[in-house]
Design a protein around this ligand. Sequence first.
Ligand code: SF4
Length: 154
Amino acid sequence: MRKLFLVSACLVGARTRYDGEARLHPELLQLLQEGRAVPICPEQLGGLTTPRPPAEIQGGDGFDVLAGRARVVTGEGQDVTAAYLRGAEEVLRLAKIWRVSGAVLKERSPACGCSQIYDGTFTGKLRAGFGVAAAILAQAGLPVFSENSWKDKE
Ligand code: SF4
């Protein structure tokens, strides 16, 4: 049976990003067109609007947010941690009922990042770490790739 992957919706053309744009990745679009990927946007699934203010994780990464040690805030200082947790939990629920083999998620996002995220200072600096949705999937034992590290695992 062919493997099915979750994929960040913005990578396959959906205008789900905070700025109302997409970041189309042709190889991942092809994966979706072949019926091997399902698009998800954890930030929208958590109830956030599009467009929305950009947000970053402060005090750690997605694993720390899941453990209650860090929070997600907008540049204006609004705490949006609850929405990120809701979105991550919904992504995990869908991963289970759809029986996906893994996920290919957008690097650097506070929800989807899976090796690098912004450092919480809103200065464009990066740190190693996972976004909240990527962390909940990895914590559940699912392979999580970025659009840069992904290659066809079939
Ligand atoms: Fe893309 Fe993930 Fe951000 Fe949604 S939360 S716009 S899928 S990077």
